[in-house]
Design a protein around this ligand. Structure first.
Ligand code: NAD
Ligand SMILES: O=C(O)C(=O)C[C@@H](O)[C@H](O)[C@H](O)COP(=O)(O)O
Ligand code: ZN
Length: 368
Protein backbone atom coordinates (compact mmCIF):
# COMPACT_ATOMS: atom_id res chain seq x y z
CA UNK A 1 0.00 0.00 0.00
CA UNK A 2 1.22 3.52 -0.76
CA UNK A 3 -0.17 7.02 -0.44
CA UNK A 4 1.51 9.56 -2.68
CA UNK A 5 0.81 13.27 -2.31
CA UNK A 6 0.52 15.49 -5.35
CA UNK A 7 1.70 18.76 -3.81
CA UNK A 8 -0.06 21.58 -5.59
CA UNK A 9 -0.35 24.88 -3.80
CA UNK A 10 -3.85 25.18 -2.38
CA UNK A 11 -5.08 22.01 -4.10
CA UNK A 12 -3.01 19.07 -2.88
CA UNK A 13 -4.47 15.60 -3.29
CA UNK A 14 -3.52 12.02 -2.59
CA UNK A 15 -3.06 9.01 -4.82
CA UNK A 16 -3.83 5.82 -2.87
CA UNK A 17 -2.40 2.64 -4.29
CA UNK A 18 -3.94 -0.28 -2.45
CA UNK A 19 -5.23 -3.72 -3.27
CA UNK A 20 -8.95 -4.16 -2.66
CA UNK A 21 -9.87 -0.47 -2.94
CA UNK A 22 -12.59 -1.05 -5.53
CA UNK A 23 -14.62 -3.15 -3.11
CA UNK A 24 -14.17 -0.47 -0.49
CA UNK A 25 -14.73 2.58 -2.62
CA UNK A 26 -17.42 4.24 -0.47
CA UNK A 27 -15.15 4.11 2.57
CA UNK A 28 -12.17 5.36 0.56
CA UNK A 29 -14.10 8.35 -0.80
CA UNK A 30 -15.48 9.14 2.65
CA UNK A 31 -17.37 12.44 3.13
CA UNK A 32 -16.59 13.51 -0.44
CA UNK A 33 -19.72 11.55 -1.32
CA UNK A 34 -21.99 14.02 0.36
CA UNK A 35 -25.28 13.16 -1.35
CA UNK A 36 -27.28 9.94 -1.56
CA UNK A 37 -26.84 9.69 -5.33
CA UNK A 38 -23.27 9.21 -6.63
CA UNK A 39 -22.60 9.86 -10.36
CA UNK A 40 -20.21 7.26 -11.78
CA UNK A 41 -18.92 7.37 -15.34
CA UNK A 42 -17.46 4.16 -16.71
CA UNK A 43 -17.35 2.00 -19.83
CA UNK A 44 -19.11 -1.26 -20.59
CA UNK A 45 -16.05 -3.50 -20.01
CA UNK A 46 -15.23 -1.96 -16.66
CA UNK A 47 -18.87 -2.02 -15.60
CA UNK A 48 -19.10 -5.72 -16.45
CA UNK A 49 -15.92 -6.52 -14.51
CA UNK A 50 -16.15 -4.23 -11.49
CA UNK A 51 -19.60 -2.58 -11.46
CA UNK A 52 -21.08 -5.04 -8.97
CA UNK A 53 -18.20 -4.66 -6.47
CA UNK A 54 -18.36 -0.88 -6.63
CA UNK A 55 -22.15 -0.85 -6.38
CA UNK A 56 -22.13 -3.18 -3.37
CA UNK A 57 -19.71 -0.90 -1.52
CA UNK A 58 -21.85 2.17 -2.22
CA UNK A 59 -25.13 0.50 -1.30
CA UNK A 60 -23.63 -0.75 1.96
CA UNK A 61 -22.76 2.87 2.77
CA UNK A 62 -26.32 4.00 2.01
CA UNK A 63 -25.42 5.50 -1.38
CA UNK A 64 -27.12 4.97 -4.72
CA UNK A 65 -24.85 4.86 -7.78
CA UNK A 66 -26.10 6.65 -10.91
CA UNK A 67 -24.25 4.87 -13.70
CA UNK A 68 -23.22 6.36 -17.03
CA UNK A 69 -21.88 3.39 -19.00
CA UNK A 70 -20.09 4.43 -22.22
CA UNK A 71 -18.69 2.51 -25.19
CA UNK A 72 -15.14 1.30 -24.60
CA UNK A 73 -12.36 2.71 -26.75
CA UNK A 74 -10.59 5.87 -27.85
CA UNK A 75 -13.53 7.05 -30.00
CA UNK A 76 -15.42 7.81 -26.77
CA UNK A 77 -13.10 10.80 -26.21
CA UNK A 78 -15.31 12.85 -28.55
CA UNK A 79 -17.44 16.00 -28.65
CA UNK A 80 -20.56 13.79 -28.88
CA UNK A 81 -19.74 11.82 -25.73
CA UNK A 82 -18.76 14.99 -23.90
CA UNK A 83 -21.94 16.80 -24.77
CA UNK A 84 -24.16 13.86 -23.79
CA UNK A 85 -22.23 13.36 -20.56
CA UNK A 86 -22.54 17.00 -19.55
CA UNK A 87 -26.30 16.92 -20.25
CA UNK A 88 -26.62 13.80 -18.11
CA UNK A 89 -24.70 15.41 -15.23
CA UNK A 90 -26.94 18.48 -15.47
CA UNK A 91 -30.04 16.28 -15.35
CA UNK A 92 -28.64 14.70 -12.19
CA UNK A 93 -28.32 18.22 -10.76
CA UNK A 94 -24.66 17.72 -9.89
CA UNK A 95 -23.35 20.71 -7.94
CA UNK A 96 -19.81 22.11 -7.94
CA UNK A 97 -19.10 20.68 -4.50
CA UNK A 98 -20.22 17.18 -5.50
CA UNK A 99 -17.75 14.57 -6.70
CA UNK A 100 -18.16 12.76 -9.99
CA UNK A 101 -16.41 9.38 -10.08
CA UNK A 102 -14.43 8.38 -13.18
CA UNK A 103 -14.12 4.58 -13.03
CA UNK A 104 -12.06 3.23 -15.89
CA UNK A 105 -9.02 3.71 -18.08
CA UNK A 106 -7.54 6.86 -19.53
CA UNK A 107 -10.43 7.33 -21.94
CA UNK A 108 -12.98 7.55 -19.14
CA UNK A 109 -10.66 9.61 -16.93
CA UNK A 110 -9.81 12.13 -19.65
CA UNK A 111 -13.44 12.54 -20.76
CA UNK A 112 -14.95 12.71 -17.28
CA UNK A 113 -12.26 15.06 -16.03
CA UNK A 114 -12.93 17.39 -18.93
CA UNK A 115 -16.69 17.26 -18.32
CA UNK A 116 -16.05 18.04 -14.63
CA UNK A 117 -13.83 20.97 -15.61
CA UNK A 118 -16.55 22.69 -17.65
CA UNK A 119 -19.66 21.71 -15.69
CA UNK A 120 -20.76 24.82 -13.79
CA UNK A 121 -17.22 26.14 -14.47
CA UNK A 122 -15.64 23.34 -12.49
CA UNK A 123 -16.87 20.44 -10.36
CA UNK A 124 -14.95 17.97 -8.23
CA UNK A 125 -14.06 14.55 -9.52
CA UNK A 126 -12.37 11.43 -8.26
CA UNK A 127 -10.19 9.27 -10.48
CA UNK A 128 -10.59 5.52 -9.98
CA UNK A 129 -8.21 4.16 -12.64
CA UNK A 130 -8.70 0.55 -13.70
CA UNK A 131 -5.98 0.14 -16.37
CA UNK A 132 -2.25 0.05 -15.74
CA UNK A 133 -1.89 3.08 -17.99
CA UNK A 134 -4.43 5.07 -16.00
CA UNK A 135 -2.95 3.99 -12.66
CA UNK A 136 0.60 5.00 -13.58
CA UNK A 137 -0.14 8.07 -15.67
CA UNK A 138 -3.47 9.44 -16.84
CA UNK A 139 -5.31 9.59 -13.49
CA UNK A 140 -2.60 11.84 -12.02
CA UNK A 141 -1.74 15.38 -13.03
CA UNK A 142 -4.99 16.85 -14.27
CA UNK A 143 -4.61 16.71 -18.05
CA UNK A 144 -8.12 16.12 -19.38
CA UNK A 145 -9.20 16.15 -23.02
CA UNK A 146 -11.12 14.84 -25.98
CA UNK A 147 -9.85 14.18 -29.50
CA UNK A 148 -11.13 16.04 -32.58
CA UNK A 149 -10.88 15.37 -36.30
CA UNK A 150 -7.64 17.39 -36.25
CA UNK A 151 -5.95 15.16 -33.72
CA UNK A 152 -5.30 13.89 -30.25
CA UNK A 153 -6.31 15.70 -27.02
CA UNK A 154 -6.76 18.97 -28.88
CA UNK A 155 -9.61 20.24 -26.73
CA UNK A 156 -9.28 19.97 -22.99
CA UNK A 157 -8.34 21.57 -19.71
CA UNK A 158 -6.02 21.19 -16.77
CA UNK A 159 -8.36 20.09 -14.01
CA UNK A 160 -7.03 18.13 -11.06
CA UNK A 161 -8.97 15.36 -9.36
CA UNK A 162 -9.47 15.65 -5.61
CA UNK A 163 -8.48 12.03 -5.01
CA UNK A 164 -7.07 9.10 -6.97
CA UNK A 165 -7.84 5.52 -5.90
CA UNK A 166 -5.71 2.93 -7.71
CA UNK A 167 -6.50 -0.70 -6.96
CA UNK A 168 -3.85 -3.01 -8.50
CA UNK A 169 -6.35 -5.90 -8.30
CA UNK A 170 -8.36 -4.16 -11.03
CA UNK A 171 -5.64 -5.27 -13.44
CA UNK A 172 -6.62 -8.93 -12.91
CA UNK A 173 -9.41 -8.51 -15.47
CA UNK A 174 -7.49 -6.29 -17.90
CA UNK A 175 -6.62 -7.94 -21.24
CA UNK A 176 -2.85 -8.65 -21.53
CA UNK A 177 -2.49 -6.35 -24.55
CA UNK A 178 -3.84 -3.45 -22.45
CA UNK A 179 -1.46 -4.29 -19.60
CA UNK A 180 1.46 -4.17 -22.05
CA UNK A 181 0.27 -0.84 -23.48
CA UNK A 182 0.17 0.64 -19.97
CA UNK A 183 3.60 -0.78 -19.26
CA UNK A 184 5.04 1.45 -22.00
CA UNK A 185 4.19 4.50 -19.88
CA UNK A 186 5.90 2.85 -16.88
CA UNK A 187 9.10 2.43 -18.91
CA UNK A 188 8.77 6.09 -19.93
CA UNK A 189 9.63 7.25 -16.39
CA UNK A 190 12.90 5.34 -16.55
CA UNK A 191 13.79 6.64 -19.98
CA UNK A 192 13.01 10.26 -19.25
CA UNK A 193 14.76 10.68 -15.94
CA UNK A 194 15.70 7.57 -14.00
CA UNK A 195 18.17 5.13 -15.54
CA UNK A 196 18.04 2.88 -12.45
CA UNK A 197 14.28 2.52 -12.90
CA UNK A 198 14.83 1.43 -16.51
CA UNK A 199 17.22 -1.23 -15.14
CA UNK A 200 14.39 -2.25 -12.78
CA UNK A 201 12.01 -2.50 -15.75
CA UNK A 202 14.42 -4.72 -17.64
CA UNK A 203 14.70 -7.00 -14.61
CA UNK A 204 11.05 -6.96 -13.50
CA UNK A 205 8.96 -6.00 -16.53
CA UNK A 206 8.33 -9.59 -17.63
CA UNK A 207 7.13 -10.56 -14.12
CA UNK A 208 4.90 -7.49 -13.97
CA UNK A 209 3.34 -8.41 -17.32
CA UNK A 210 2.86 -11.99 -16.15
CA UNK A 211 0.76 -10.74 -13.23
CA UNK A 212 3.23 -10.48 -10.34
CA UNK A 213 1.32 -8.43 -7.76
CA UNK A 214 4.41 -7.07 -6.00
CA UNK A 215 6.00 -5.94 -9.28
CA UNK A 216 2.76 -4.20 -10.24
CA UNK A 217 2.43 -2.35 -6.97
CA UNK A 218 6.08 -1.29 -7.06
CA UNK A 219 5.75 -0.02 -10.62
CA UNK A 220 2.53 1.87 -9.93
CA UNK A 221 3.88 3.58 -6.81
CA UNK A 222 7.23 4.45 -8.45
CA UNK A 223 5.51 5.83 -11.55
CA UNK A 224 3.03 7.93 -9.58
CA UNK A 225 5.85 9.30 -7.41
CA UNK A 226 7.79 10.29 -10.53
CA UNK A 227 4.77 11.90 -12.16
CA UNK A 228 3.68 13.69 -8.96
CA UNK A 229 7.13 15.29 -8.68
CA UNK A 230 6.98 16.63 -12.23
CA UNK A 231 3.39 17.85 -11.93
CA UNK A 232 4.15 19.67 -8.67
CA UNK A 233 7.06 21.41 -10.40
CA UNK A 234 5.26 22.38 -13.63
CA UNK A 235 1.53 21.80 -13.38
CA UNK A 236 0.61 23.49 -16.66
CA UNK A 237 3.57 22.50 -18.80
CA UNK A 238 5.01 25.98 -18.94
CA UNK A 239 8.62 25.57 -17.78
CA UNK A 240 9.57 22.57 -19.90
CA UNK A 241 9.74 20.12 -16.97
CA UNK A 242 6.34 18.56 -17.64
CA UNK A 243 6.95 18.41 -21.37
CA UNK A 244 9.37 15.56 -20.67
CA UNK A 245 6.34 13.39 -19.77
CA UNK A 246 5.60 13.72 -23.48
CA UNK A 247 8.59 11.55 -24.38
CA UNK A 248 7.54 9.41 -27.35
CA UNK A 249 4.21 11.20 -27.70
CA UNK A 250 4.94 13.49 -30.66
CA UNK A 251 5.73 10.42 -32.74
CA UNK A 252 3.11 8.30 -30.90
CA UNK A 253 0.19 10.68 -31.35
CA UNK A 254 1.02 10.96 -35.07
CA UNK A 255 0.92 7.17 -35.33
CA UNK A 256 -2.41 7.06 -33.46
CA UNK A 257 -3.83 9.65 -35.86
CA UNK A 258 -2.53 7.76 -38.89
CA UNK A 259 -4.20 4.56 -37.63
CA UNK A 260 -7.48 6.41 -37.05
CA UNK A 261 -7.45 6.26 -33.21
CA UNK A 262 -8.45 2.63 -33.59
CA UNK A 263 -7.61 -0.68 -31.97
CA UNK A 264 -4.88 -1.06 -34.60
CA UNK A 265 -2.60 0.90 -32.30
CA UNK A 266 -3.36 1.58 -28.63
CA UNK A 267 -2.05 4.78 -27.03
CA UNK A 268 0.60 2.97 -25.01
CA UNK A 269 1.70 1.02 -28.08
CA UNK A 270 2.11 4.27 -30.00
CA UNK A 271 4.13 5.67 -27.09
CA UNK A 272 6.43 2.60 -27.03
CA UNK A 273 7.06 2.98 -30.75
CA UNK A 274 7.41 6.73 -30.30
CA UNK A 275 10.04 6.34 -27.59
CA UNK A 276 12.06 4.01 -29.82
CA UNK A 277 11.82 6.60 -32.60
CA UNK A 278 12.84 9.41 -30.23
CA UNK A 279 15.84 7.33 -29.16
CA UNK A 280 16.83 6.39 -32.70
CA UNK A 281 16.44 9.99 -33.86
CA UNK A 282 18.58 11.13 -30.90
CA UNK A 283 21.22 8.57 -31.95
CA UNK A 284 21.04 9.73 -35.58
CA UNK A 285 21.80 13.26 -34.40
CA UNK A 286 24.76 12.02 -32.36
CA UNK A 287 23.11 12.89 -29.04
CA UNK A 288 22.87 9.36 -27.74
CA UNK A 289 24.83 6.16 -28.32
CA UNK A 290 23.16 3.89 -30.89
CA UNK A 291 23.68 0.98 -28.48
CA UNK A 292 21.43 2.70 -25.92
CA UNK A 293 18.68 3.16 -28.50
CA UNK A 294 19.06 -0.52 -29.38
CA UNK A 295 18.71 -1.43 -25.70
CA UNK A 296 15.36 0.40 -25.51
CA UNK A 297 14.17 -1.26 -28.68
CA UNK A 298 15.27 -4.67 -27.34
CA UNK A 299 13.28 -4.16 -24.15
CA UNK A 300 10.10 -3.42 -26.10
CA UNK A 301 10.79 -6.44 -28.30
CA UNK A 302 11.15 -8.57 -25.16
CA UNK A 303 7.86 -7.26 -23.76
CA UNK A 304 5.94 -7.64 -27.01
CA UNK A 305 5.47 -3.92 -27.67
CA UNK A 306 5.93 -2.15 -31.03
CA UNK A 307 9.56 -1.31 -31.76
CA UNK A 308 9.88 -1.36 -35.58
CA UNK A 309 8.02 1.32 -37.52
CA UNK A 310 8.00 -0.67 -40.75
CA UNK A 311 6.16 -3.51 -38.96
CA UNK A 312 3.11 -1.30 -38.30
CA UNK A 313 1.94 -1.54 -41.92
CA UNK A 314 1.27 2.18 -42.14
CA UNK A 315 1.59 2.53 -45.89
CA UNK A 316 2.42 6.24 -45.73
CA UNK A 317 5.40 8.55 -46.13
CA UNK A 318 7.31 10.23 -43.31
CA UNK A 319 5.87 13.56 -44.41
CA UNK A 320 2.34 12.31 -43.70
CA UNK A 321 3.30 11.62 -40.09
CA UNK A 322 4.97 15.02 -39.84
CA UNK A 323 1.73 16.66 -41.01
CA UNK A 324 -0.05 15.05 -38.03
CA UNK A 325 2.67 16.41 -35.74
CA UNK A 326 1.85 19.99 -36.73
CA UNK A 327 -1.18 19.73 -34.39
CA UNK A 328 1.04 18.91 -31.39
CA UNK A 329 0.29 21.20 -28.45
CA UNK A 330 4.00 21.85 -27.95
CA UNK A 331 4.06 23.67 -31.31
CA UNK A 332 5.44 27.17 -30.71
CA UNK A 333 5.67 29.92 -33.32
CA UNK A 334 6.16 27.48 -36.15
CA UNK A 335 8.67 25.20 -34.42
CA UNK A 336 7.99 21.93 -32.72
CA UNK A 337 10.11 21.08 -29.68
CA UNK A 338 10.90 17.35 -29.47
CA UNK A 339 11.65 15.35 -26.36
CA UNK A 340 14.97 13.69 -27.22
CA UNK A 341 17.51 11.78 -25.13
CA UNK A 342 21.19 12.17 -24.31
CA UNK A 343 21.05 8.68 -22.87
CA UNK A 344 18.69 6.41 -20.96
CA UNK A 345 17.36 8.52 -18.07
CA UNK A 346 18.38 11.84 -19.67
CA UNK A 347 15.55 13.27 -21.73
CA UNK A 348 15.54 16.92 -22.71
CA UNK A 349 13.50 19.30 -24.85
CA UNK A 350 15.21 19.98 -28.19
CA UNK A 351 14.05 23.18 -29.87
CA UNK A 352 16.20 22.97 -32.98
CA UNK A 353 14.60 20.02 -34.75
CA UNK A 354 13.85 20.50 -38.44
CA UNK A 355 10.65 18.77 -39.49
CA UNK A 356 12.07 18.05 -42.95
CA UNK A 357 14.85 16.09 -41.26
CA UNK A 358 12.27 14.21 -39.15
CA UNK A 359 10.39 13.31 -42.34
CA UNK A 360 13.61 11.95 -43.91
CA UNK A 361 14.35 10.00 -40.73
CA UNK A 362 10.83 8.53 -40.73
CA UNK A 363 11.12 7.57 -44.41
CA UNK A 364 14.25 5.61 -43.53
CA UNK A 365 12.55 3.98 -40.54
CA UNK A 366 9.53 3.05 -42.66
CA UNK A 367 11.86 1.33 -45.11
CA UNK A 368 13.81 -0.96 -42.72
N1 NAD B 1 -4.44 12.57 -19.02
C1 NAD B 1 -3.23 12.05 -19.11
O1 NAD B 1 -2.27 12.52 -18.49
C2 NAD B 1 -3.04 10.85 -19.97
C3 NAD B 1 -1.88 10.07 -19.82
C4 NAD B 1 -1.74 8.94 -20.61
C5 NAD B 1 -2.75 8.57 -21.49
N2 NAD B 1 -3.87 9.33 -21.58
C6 NAD B 1 -4.98 8.92 -22.45
O2 NAD B 1 -5.50 7.69 -21.93
C7 NAD B 1 -6.11 6.98 -22.99
C8 NAD B 1 -5.69 5.54 -22.94
O3 NAD B 1 -6.07 5.00 -21.70
P1 NAD B 1 -6.13 3.43 -21.46
O4 NAD B 1 -4.96 2.80 -22.06
O5 NAD B 1 -6.44 3.25 -20.04
O6 NAD B 1 -7.32 3.00 -22.40
P2 NAD B 1 -8.90 2.78 -22.19
O7 NAD B 1 -9.47 3.72 -21.24
O8 NAD B 1 -9.46 2.73 -23.58
O9 NAD B 1 -8.95 1.32 -21.57
C9 NAD B 1 -8.43 0.25 -22.30
C10 NAD B 1 -9.42 -0.90 -22.45
O10 NAD B 1 -9.45 -1.65 -21.24
C11 NAD B 1 -10.79 -1.81 -20.79
N3 NAD B 1 -10.70 -1.85 -19.34
C12 NAD B 1 -10.36 -0.84 -18.51
N4 NAD B 1 -10.18 -1.30 -17.26
C13 NAD B 1 -10.47 -2.61 -17.29
C14 NAD B 1 -10.43 -3.64 -16.32
N5 NAD B 1 -10.01 -3.40 -15.08
N6 NAD B 1 -10.80 -4.88 -16.69
C15 NAD B 1 -11.17 -5.14 -17.99
N7 NAD B 1 -11.17 -4.23 -18.96
C16 NAD B 1 -10.82 -2.97 -18.62
C17 NAD B 1 -11.53 -0.64 -21.37
O11 NAD B 1 -12.90 -0.94 -21.50
C18 NAD B 1 -10.85 -0.51 -22.74
O12 NAD B 1 -11.42 -1.44 -23.64
C19 NAD B 1 -5.72 7.66 -24.28
O13 NAD B 1 -6.78 8.42 -24.74
C20 NAD B 1 -4.58 8.58 -23.84
O14 NAD B 1 -4.50 9.71 -24.66
C21 NAD B 1 -4.03 10.45 -20.84
O1 LIG C 1 0.78 14.22 -18.07
C1 LIG C 1 1.44 14.62 -19.02
O2 LIG C 1 1.90 15.76 -19.07
C2 LIG C 1 1.70 13.73 -20.16
O3 LIG C 1 2.23 14.17 -21.19
C3 LIG C 1 1.31 12.30 -20.03
C4 LIG C 1 1.07 11.59 -21.35
O4 LIG C 1 1.33 10.21 -21.11
C5 LIG C 1 -0.36 11.70 -21.85
O5 LIG C 1 -0.56 10.82 -22.93
C6 LIG C 1 -0.85 13.08 -22.16
O6 LIG C 1 -2.24 13.08 -22.35
C7 LIG C 1 -0.25 13.63 -23.41
O7 LIG C 1 -0.40 14.99 -23.33
P1 LIG C 1 -0.63 15.94 -24.57
O8 LIG C 1 -0.50 17.27 -23.96
O9 LIG C 1 0.41 15.63 -25.59
O10 LIG C 1 -2.00 15.66 -25.07
ZN1 ZN D 1 0.63 8.98 -22.77
Amino acid sequence: MAVIAVSLAGRPYNVRVQRGLLGDIAQACGPRLRKAVVPIVTDANVHAAWGAAVEASLLAAGKQPAWRVLSPGEKTKSWESLSALVDWLLELEVERGDHIIALGGGVIGDLTGFAASILKRGCNFIQVPTTLLAQVDSSVGGKTAINTAAGKNLVGAFHQPSLVLADPDALDTLPPREVRAGYAEVVKYGLLGDAAFFDWCEANGPALLAGDAQARETAIAASVEAKARVVAEDERETTGARALLNLGHTFGHALEAQTGFSDRLLHGEGVAMGMVLAARYSARRGLMAAAEADRISAHFAATDLPHRLSALGLNCAGETLVQHMLHDKKMDAGTLPFVLMRGIGSAFLAKDVELADVARFLDAELAV
